[in-house]
Design a protein. Structure first.
Lengths: 225, 245
């Protein structure tokens, strides 16, 4: 049986917290960008213009059929080179954090767009007809009537997706970026206490994600009542 | 941007000399498929059992299943994988842990990945099975019991077969996910498709060709699975339901 020794955790807490901040930053940015870009994609997908709806369908299907690990590897390859060309950054500059953020934002928006599309389609057709009858344009009807109702219905699903996204940020491990999990792994590896640090990381993720999922469930119940 | 495209790289021989780089890719593809299929079997088995337990009228049994689902859904896959691979062998009784550590490294990685993906996906399958059983009209269970079936018999002959026919579409997406999630197993050194792609980059410095090939293979897996599952879906539809015949 293993002899547990948790003593390396207290001293490492500031380092772990720095990692947690990176995880949360990536999550927050990807949620915001994912919802904005995901809404646009959903509107394109439902648009009457063939070219737009094909583009959106292709985008969503491509991102949804490739593993996140592969998407991240792509962005760790492409983004630094783009930054070099566009911003004139010196080659070899550490662009892992922006690469991860761009990758997560573009990847997650494919998933958000599917949630939002379903949300828009769950609004009764009569709502659009009523908006048109009141003299609203398509844009006004979407913005003032359909989207507000759609988003209200979608909150629990959007929250659930945010929890999945937060868990997925641990995959920036493939670029050795020290997010919360990367930091925990590094400390465990350094002190020869991998068992304790991995269990600790698992427990922290569990507490955070489980509380968030309880919150989502409560919201769902309240909205349903 | 100056980049020297060289698709010929795939037919050139690897430094080990026994195969081409395309051979590496294909062996990675093979591992990905073998891993995903074997993990899927575990996931279906655990998911079905736990899904049934979540709906039975026993607090204890449904509680156990609920704990299983919450634990495996609220810890990131990567963390779970590292716990299976690095932590569990240390916590097992010494004899068992040592016999695991004495296996060859590839077998260790494959075994951990398979069990990890199986349990992870099982929690999701469990929720689908539960949803399927709960979506059945209560009359089905009552009719089974009224015919003199015991509760296990009712599940076995009435509820579970019906539930599975209803949940084929969501199970399809879980099945697709297991292939995608298997890429996470490259982090413990298992040479599946994504890992072979990275290895190719290290050896040839042709990242675009390698990543494009890997991406195309994943998309290909996706298309094949979807085509197959559409057939399964068509055959398993229940007449009289929306989407049925």
């Amino acid at each position: 049986m293993h002899d547990f020794d948790w003593s390396s955790i207290p001293g490492a807490l500031p380092f772990l917290w720095d990692g947690m901040k990176i995880s949360l930053e990536i999550t927050a940015l990807a949620i915001v960008a994912g919802i904005v870009w995901g809404t646009l994609l959903a509107l394109m997908r439902l648009s009457r213009f063939r070219a737009l709806s094909w583009f959106a369908a292709g985008y969503v299907n491509l991102f949804r059929s490739v593993p996140l690990v592969m998407v991240l590897l792509w962005f760790f390859l492409i983004v630094p080179q783009l930054l070099e060309i566009l911003l004139g950054l010196a080659p070899g500059t550490d662009a892992r954090l922006p690469s991860a953020m761009v990758g997560f934002a573009l990847f997650e928006s494919a998933y958000y767009s599917e949630i939002i599309r379903a949300g828009i389609q769950s609004v009764p057709k009569g709502q659009i007809a009523a908006a048109h009858a009141l003299g609203m344009s398509y844009g006004q009807a979407m913005r003032l009537v359909v989207l507000p109702q759609a988003f209200r219905n979608m909150v629990p699903l959007l929250l659930t997706q945010a929890i999945i996204l937060f868990q997925d940020t641990s995959l920036v491990y493939v670029s050795a970026l020290a997010d919360f999990f990367g930091a925990a792994y590094k400390v465990g590896d350094r002190d020869g206490r991998l068992v304790e640090l991995l269990l600790f990381a698992g427990a922290v993720y569990f507490v955070l994600c489980y509380s968030a999922s309880l919150l989502a469930r409560r919201y769902q119940k309240r909205a349903g009542a | 941007m100056s980049y020297n495209w060289n698709w010929g790289i795939f037919v050139s021989t690897t430094p080990t000399g026994d195969t081409t780089y395309l051979g590496w890719m294909l062996s990675g593809l093979q591992t990905t498929i073998a891993l995903s299929l074997s993990a899927w079997i575990i996931a279906l088995a655990i998911g079905s059992i736990m899904g049934v337990l979540r709906t039975v009228p026993s607090r204890w049994l449904s509680g156990i299943a609920a704990v299983y689902v919450e634990a495996f859904r609220n810890i990131p896959l990567l963390v779970q994988l590292f716990i299976w691979y690095f932590v569990l062998p240390e916590l097992l009784p010494a004899a068992l842990g040592n016999s695991f550590k004495q296996m060859n490294p590839t077998a260790q990685q494959f075994l951990s990945s398979m069990v990890c993906l199986g349990f992870f996906t099982g929690a999701r399958v469990c929720e689908q099975v539960r949803a399927g059983i709960n979506s059945l009209p209560p009359g089905q269970k009552n009719a089974g019991l009224a015919l003199g079936f015991t509760l296990p018999q009712t599940y076995r002959h009435v509820l579970v077969p019906m539930a599975f026919r209803l949940i084929v579409p969501p199970l399809t997406s879980e099945f697709l996910n297991i292939f995608k999630n298997s890429a996470v197993c490259s982090t413990i050194g298992l040479l599946e498709l994504a890992a072979q792609g990275r290895q190719l980059v290290d050896y040839t410095a042709q990242p675009y060709e390698s990543f494009i090939a890997v991406t195309v293979m994943y998309v290909g897996i996706n298309v094949i699975v979807m085509t197959l599952m559409r057939k399964v879906e068509r055959r398993s539809r229940v007449p009289g339901y929306i989407g049925g015949k």
